[in-house]
Ligand binder design. Structure first.
Ligand code: NAD
Length: 239
């Protein structure tokens, strides 16, 4: 099951896992695009708002791979960020992953095998200004991932985070104008100076590069890799 699988990284994960034989549950707020992706990968679509606990609790529980990917970004200084927006982002990016794992881990434990991959971010390890809700949510997801690793170890279940820097997806495209306004620079400078300021490798990472790492974590050679993170940040955190 891949959340946020109608676009960007989630879609690439659905494709990479399906290519390795998985029947993928494609979960997304956008049910129409989820259906398109499900048709492409031969999976099953689920239109669901992960901010809605009842919708999350109605998702399939008998799965052996969970990719907690759905997420949103919102840029604002703390004093200007609506607390309701902050709470909404924690519901989608922290509470929903917890609810999904609360319901899916028992089936993985019963089979003695499972893979949990949490799409965190370099912002699960580092902060940036104007991203308090996002940075908080990703750091929380890292904590959840580690506890799942400890509890799941005896049951053949691993849990890891994948931490990309800026990926070429609609989520990044949507923040160009807002970053320009907040930093007082033009949009070209956002691309060169905000997105590529920290990575040593001066390009965005492609969704397929993230998805292939996710698929590797779900494969046969990673059963000793748990409670960890795969940092795809072009050298950002080497500073
Ligand atoms: N793009 C980046 O630079 C980048 C970097 C690091 C981490 N990430 C993380 O990767 C994940 C995917 O991001 P992306 O760049 O592919 O974004 P995207 O906007 O292309 O795709 C996100 C998908 O999640 C879905 N979604 C959003 N809110 C939802 C909700 N409430 N319920 C159900 N579905 C919902 C959207 O409909 C969309 O299809 C996010 O968790 C994001 O934080 C992205």
């Amino acid at each position: 099951m891949v959340t946020g699988a109608a676009s960007g990284i989630g879609r690439a994960c659905a494709e990479a896992l399906a290519a390795r034989g998985a029947h993928v549950h494609v979960v997304d707020l956008d049910g129409e695009r989820a259906a398109e992706v499900a048709a492409t990968v031969g999976g099953t679509a689920h239109g669901a708002d992960l901010a809605d606990a009842a919708a999350v609790d109605a998702l399939p529980y008998d799965v052996d791979v969970v990719v907690n990917n759905a997420g949103t970004q919102h840029l604002a200084a703390i004093e200007e960020l609506d607390p309701e927006r902050f709470a909404l982002m924690q519901r989608v990016m922290v509470e929903a992953p917890f609810r999904i794992l609360h319901r899916t881990l028992p089936a993985m434990y019963a089979r003695g095998w499972g893979r949990v991959v949490n799409i965190s971010s370099v912002h699960g390890l580092r902060a940036s200004p104007y991203k308090s809700a996002y940075v908080t949510a990703k750091h929380a997801l890292q904590g959840l991932s580690k506890v799942v690793a400890l509890e799941g170890a005896a049951h053949g279940v691993t849990s890891n985070c994948v931490n990309p820097a800026y990926v070429r997806t609609p989520l990044v495209e949507r923040q160009v104008a807002e970053q320009a306004r907040l930093h007082g620079i033009d949009e070209a400078e956002v691309r060169s100076e905000v997105f590529l300021e920290h990575p040593a490798i001066k390009r965005l990472i492609e969704p397929v590069e993230v998805a292939e790492a996710v698929a590797w974590l779900c494969g046969p050679h990673t059963s000793y890799l748990t409670g960890s993170e795969l940092v795809l940040d072009g050298g950002w955190t080497a500073h």
